[in-house]
Design a protein around this ligand. Structure first.
Ligand code: DX5
Ligand code: ZN
Length: 226
């Protein structure tokens, strides 16, 4: 991904699921870049959310990149289903299994962009030997499982470390958890280009608020780069 522009990825975890199609459409017309889909299994993380059927259901609703964040273990048996459902980018956790390299090969074999997510306690070095297989590193700034948690500032240090490790490679840095206009600037300065935003876009579920909220995160990030 040579594109270094700022991407805002609203997480539908905080959407009103009774009106999910409308919620995706509202984020799309509100100016988001990607739609972030949080998949949880009640095993790798202490919560259960959605599966490939939901990805398939929202696929016709938006042309934006579907950013599917798998918080499941094992991930391998489900890669094909999410790929066929319409995911554009499939991100798996480095902690989710012993065969990360194999999992990334499987994602690529389906012609999808591949990402690796790192929990707050996982060092950036976990991606060191798969750098040639990934398009994205997703730095978790909360412990995965729930929306609306407080941002862990150490993620800013990790983003900078990831940027150093990536060097000139074509790999984008994404951050996920507690992202809002108050921390987007520091993250952008550290090298983050993709910002997942759950509650800071969807909280209150009033579609009229989505465009200004998306714009506020983007503006905070871009200001730090000027
Ligand atoms: C957390 C999820 C996040 C979550 C972010 O496990 O991976 O994507 O939806 O929500 P906020 O932005 O509210 O922290
Ligand atoms: Zn996520």
């Amino acid at each position: 991904m040579t594109d270094t522009s700022i991407k805002i990825a609203p997480s539908i975890l905080s959407a009103d699921f009774a009106r999910l199609g409308d919620e995706v459409r509202a984020a799309d017309t509100g100016g988001c870049d990607w739609i972030h889909v949080d998949v949880m299994d009640g095993h790798f993380v202490p919560n259960i959310t959605i599966g490939p059927l939901i990805v398939e259901a929202i696929r016709p609703v938006t042309q934006k990149l579907l950013d599917v964040h798998l918080m499941i273990a094992p991930a391998d048996p489900y890669i094909e289903a999410f790929a066929k459902a319409g995911a554009d980018l499939i991100t798996v956790h480095a902690e989710a299994g012993p065969h990360l390299d194999r999992t990334l090969q499987a994602i690529k074999a389906h012609g999808k962009k591949a990402g690796v997510a790192l929990n707050p306690a996982t060092p950036v070095s976990a991606i060191q030997h798969v750098l040639d297989r990934i398009d994205i590193v997703l730095i978790m700034s909360v412990n995965p499982g729930f929306g609306g948690q407080a941002f862990i500032p150490e993620a800013i240090t990790k983003a900078a470390q990831a940027r150093d490790l990536i060097g000139s490679r074509d790999i984008e840095i994404e951050v996920d958890g507690g992202v809002d206009p108050s921390n987007a600037g520091a993250l952008a300065a550290a090298g983050v280009t993709a910002f997942v935003a759950g509650s800071s876009v969807y909280k209150g579920n009033d579609p009229a608020t989505y465009a200004p909220r998306i714009a506020a995160i983007r503006e905070a990030a871009m200001k730090a780069l000027r």
